[in-house]
Design a protein around this ligand. Sequence first.
Ligand code: C2E
Ligand code: MG
Ligand code: MG
Length: 658
Amino acid sequence: MPNKVLLVDDELSMLRALERLLQISGYRVFTANSGAEALNLLQQEQCQVVISDYRMPQMTGAELLAQVKRLYPETVCLVLSGYADFQSVLQLLNSGTAFRFLQKPWENEQLLAEIAAAFLFYRHQRSERIRNQLLIAGHGALLELNENAQIMRSNGPAQQLLSQSAAALNHTLFDRWFKLNPDQQQSFLQDIHGSIEASDHRGEACELHVQYRDSEATIVGFKHLQQQDGPASIYTSTLMDQHAVLQQMSGLLQQQKPFAVAAIRLKNFSDWSDMLGFAEAGLLFETVSQNLMQACQPCGSLAYLANELFILTMPSAVTEVLVHQQLTDILQKVRQQLELQALVLRPQFTITYCLAPEDGDDAKQLLNNALTSNRIHVRSHHSFFMRYSASMADKKRQQLQISEALFLAVERDQFELYFQTKLDLRSNQCHSAEALLRWRHPELGFVPPALFIPIAEHDGQMIEIGLWVLRQACLAVKRWQHDQLPFQRLAVNISGVQLQQANFISQVQRIFAETEVDPAMLEFELTESWMIEDMAHSAQALQAVKALGVQIAIDDFGTGYSSLAYLSRLPVDVLKIDRSLVIDLESNINTQSMVSNICRMAHALNVEVVVEGVESAEQLLMLRTMGCDVAQGYLIARPLPEVDFLRHLVASAVQGES
Ligand code: C2E
Ligand code: MG
Ligand code: MG
């Protein structure tokens, strides 16, 4: 976002002089000659810095800046004034409302230095807020490090995984808890999306990754490569280690010999541990790794990397077919051996591999690629062997890139709301709509919500984005009401992670108060998946939302749990039947009966039924006869930018009348 300054002064000559000076210095300048005008302008333009005169008629600088701080807490405010007001200005500074005091008449150089400091302060606050947001709402174990790799803060999961209190972790050096050599640590912390495997202070293997970085701090995430504890004493100490594997691979590459490298992970060790207890599972692991080593001998050399992870270098497997043959043989031998030993539990492996030199031309890269694909596939149900795929690793990298860009998307004005009209089938009127978020990134282009919303939910940005959406939706409703448009209700999608925030309700109340919107004109759309996890908590959260005066809709009904039983226990007003049920409505008699039944039962509970994804007139006709109340879909209108949506709204109102 360009550096935007708002100047407020009732004296036009002052405004012009300051405006010129700041424009020459490269700022985007906006001007207002009263407090009211300034507040209006701020609704449209997000300015990072506001400079206001102190003495102004109607609203004084103090009153204006207090309001600015309340509405846009991150804005940095400066007061411009003569000496006469010094005492009052001092109060403003002391209360934290104003960042600096600029004296009239000003010295250009000094004034520019103060403004530069204000922008610096803005960025500092902003990055601190992002980090706070991550530490509070992000998933997984996170540590905040300063530039000396000292831990400044840690979140609950990090304290739990390291079995340390916040006080024990804070102000200690990162390398006290993770064993990395200094080179590794430096290159990892400098890489914007670095990710490495290391071990923690107890020798447990873990994966570290840089989650976020700004000029002041880095947020590092980590997870153990296995749940809880690993196998205790393991036979694997006699196997090669990571260093030896790398050397062996480098040797083969130097001789220009093709070969394969496989990452083999025993993925059900933690289940064994839960079932049998830790010591017993450790013994079992030892037996499996012994068998694995023997089975691997004819094909290559096996190295033990970390807890349940092995690396097999296969010099004679030079094609995919050979890799598959050799790995199949190995697994068969392991299973036979275990059967002979009457082992009751079957080991399950995740096996991925790379072919050299196609999949990487140095040893480290090959090892990393084999491990990356193993991590990607660890949760997959594939039982066959997966080759490293650059595109899959790219996908993972793309997700990281999206995550990073999302942290700045609100500030950089990259979001826009589109609106999709709904048709009331009882009155044939279009007087409600759904707000849908659109994101255009200068390099990534248009990123669909189905792609970025799950990332934002996982990495913590959804809280800020969700509040932005709600504020814009309220402002839009207010504008339409002011213009007396034939509009009754706007639906806003609310993510489960927003509802789980302890201060969600108070944040919504604040937005309602600031935008002066009538809550009855809003509907919150929630998906059912997050609700069924903890029914008691969901019911409580929904009651609190309901008490705000908004309507509650269950979105994407029919895709998940879809039980009507819980509806009677929750304060739900609307049920939105998912598009997937509409697609085969015409051809599938089961879907027809399901939709009719949902309508019947919903009506019995006094719940309105909306159907989304209606694309054909035939579907609409069927839905009408089935008793659906409202339809939404491309047949009625696509999601549109505000101007086009309003045109459609007005046109359909006129059509409805005629
Ligand atoms: P949703 O809330 O179920 O929204 C309906 C989606 O179906 C929208 O996709 C809409 O453009 C699309 N759609 C509507 N009618 C038709 C149709 O006739 N045919 C087809 N093929 N598609 C139709 P969109 O805008 O890509 O949004 C996808 C999802 O992303 C939304 O599903 C919602 O879950 C989420 N989302 C969008 N905006 C927000 C937001 O502001 N906050 C949150 N938390 N989620 C949002
Ligand atoms: Mg929706
Ligand atoms: Mg939906």
